[in-house]
Design a protein around this ligand. Structure first.
Ligand code: PLP
Length: 384
């Protein structure tokens, strides 16, 4: 069996594993040791040390994550933001520019608008719905283009094939935050993206008990990110590696279920008289539906919606539901609900939120693995 014949669910369990297991252990133990005995390393980065991201717990995750996205290499980091900031700083240097979609995770948007400048790097936003306008945004020094597979919190699906074509035509590094889709639904390397970033806090781990991140993609770029991470120090601890490793094994089961459940919930909400708007790529009226149906293996477990009564109705609804936990973050076994204007996008100015289309009453829902019928009954009662 060549590795291309092996399906993702099988890779989740077997790819990258040390076999036979350490002292016969079926699960990889936690190597909770800051340093390892010197074994004649010729290069600094080969010295075994947690910050240098090379313990057995790191190595197994790196091999497994690369296999999941059919990419050349992968790297884990202490958080999604550690992966994103370190990854970007390994691609960009003073004098460079990056082009980005404007509707992004709030922390990433903040890094682009409030922090990159201090490194002498500029960010220009793209009208993501108008690929014809992108070439006019390329300026001397433009090095990379950055999008999210499914954007947070509006669930936009950019023209991902156009992004890759545009990057190639202009010699840019194409970067995608694949957190919302997870490798189950979309594998960026298969479509020509150079780098994919993840908040492993979300679907990859899936159990709301660690923060983590991943950089996956071209071997040369992942190597550059690794050297940068070794220096900046945002490395994942072996205990967190162990939890991520354990969570990953059920990724296909979780996300497969969440895809189906979120679609049923989106249809229920879209048909409800109290609901003004539902953003979910699985709904036929979503502007990116045809593209998502063509490119993705599932539409994901994330959706957002607005009630007819705006912020006040949203607040009452969120108090009335019994099963969802009102908490920022997503991609977990528990159904989570949040109002992005008060959490993930609080750092974005009110004007920016308004321009991008993030209403103050917008509710974001991360569908967990509870029985779909129970969630729909809970929502129905709360809406009433
Ligand atoms: N990317 C996306 C799409 C996110 O939603 C988040 C966090 O919510 C991040 C990155 C940042 O990840 P972390 O919180 O693990 O640093």
């Amino acid at each position: 069996m060549s590795s291309n014949d092996i399906r993702l669910a099988t890779k989740l369990v077997h790819a990258g594993e040390i076999r036979p297991g350490v002292l016969g252990a079926v699960s990889l133990p936690i190597f909770q040791s800051a340093m390892f005995e010197y074994a004649g390393a010729a290069h600094y980065h080969d010295i075994k040390y947690i910050r240098l991201n090379n313990t057995p717990n790191h190595a197994v995750l790196h091999a497994k994550l690369a296999a999941l996205e059919n990419a050349e290499a992968a790297l884990v980091a202490a958080s999604g933001m550690a992966a994103i900031t370190t990854g970007l700083l390994s691609v960009l240097k003073a004098g460079d520019r990056i082009l980005a979609q404007e509707s992004l995770y709030g922390g990433t948007h903040d890094f682009f608008t409030a922090h990159l400048g201090a490194f002498g790097i500029a960010c220009d936003f793209l009208d993501i719905d108008d690929p014809a306008s992108w070439p006019s945004r390329v300026r001397p020094g433009t090095k990379a283009v950055y999008v999210e597979t499914i954007s947070n919190p509006l669930m936009q699906v950019p023209d991902l094939e156009a992004v890759v074509g545009f990057a190639r035509a202009h010699g840019l590094v194409s970067i995608i935050d694949n957190t919302f889709a997870s490798p189950v639904n979309f594998r960026p390397a298969e479509h020509g993206f150079d780098l994919s970033f993840h908040s492993a806090t979300k679907y990859l781990n899936g159990h709301s008990d660690i923060v983590g991140g991943a950089v996956i993609g071209r071997a040369d770029l992942v190597e550059a990110a690794l050297l940068k991470l070794d220096t900046l120090g945002g490395s994942m601890d072996p205990h967190a590696c162990f939890l991520l490793h354990r969570g990953l094994k059920t990724l296909a089961l979780r996300v497969g279920f969440q895809n189906g459940s979120a679609l049923r919930i989106a249809r229920f909400l879209a048909g409800h008289a109290a609901v003004a708007r539902v953003n979910y790529p699985g709904l036929e009226d979503h502007p990116g539906h045809a593209r998502a149906a063509r490119l993705f293996d599932g539409f994901g477990g994330m959706l957002s919606f607005e009630l007819k009564g705006g912020v006040e109705a949203a607040e009452r609804f969120m108090k009335a539901v019994k099963l969802p936990i009102i908490a920022p973050s997503l991609g977990s076994v528990e159904t989570l609900m949040t109002r992005p204007a008060t959490t993930s996008h609080l750092g974005m100015s009110a004007e920016d939120r308004k321009r991008i289309g993030i209403a103050d009453g917008l509710i974001r829902l991360s569908v967990g693995v509870e029985a779909t019928e129970d969630l729909i009954r809970d929502f129905d009662e709360a809406l009433r």
